[in-house]
Write a protein that binds this ligand. Sequence first.
Ligand SMILES: [Zn+2]
Length: 194
Amino acid sequence: MNIFKEVKERITARQVAERYGLKVSRNGMACCPFHNDKHPSMKIEQNYYCFACGAKGDAVNYVAVLFGLSPFEAAKKINEDFSLDIPIGQTEVRRKQKSEIKKKEKAPTKEERIQFVQKKIDGWAKEAADVLLRYLRWMEFWKEFYKPESMETEWHPLFAEALQNESKISYLVDILMFGTSEEILDFSRTEGRR
Ligand SMILES: [Zn+2]
């Protein structure tokens, strides 16, 4: 299971925000920490959304922006600060050990096979990233087009979908574009099936 998913399943944006000093009222409104907010314009529960400056995201994203961290570092920070005990470092070590053992078994042909698989993965990742980027652009559009007039207005389903999926999809695009092939494979095994 990937660290982002696990963190987000267990911790809400509201929990991290409160932990790092944000005062949230009972109905989930708070003064936005990302702009000079005098009256509460941020709605924060599972995710957060600021009706004034448009800042939005989930628990991981909140910590990333607040402390200037990468999403991965932010997830690690939440993992530590909330004592979630999600094993991140360990799996990395285990993976490394495994790949080293494999290399020793049969060196030359293995290299060729890795290259072959790598090419396949790269091609697949590029296609998947393209599709997701297009989806991201649609969500950008929905966010503007279906933006609720006020905090009391009921959210259009596409606006809600965009808020809910945008950060998740950008993580996936990040993994696809910048991840190691192992991370990409990991992703294709878990996320690809949905
Ligand atoms: Zn704001």
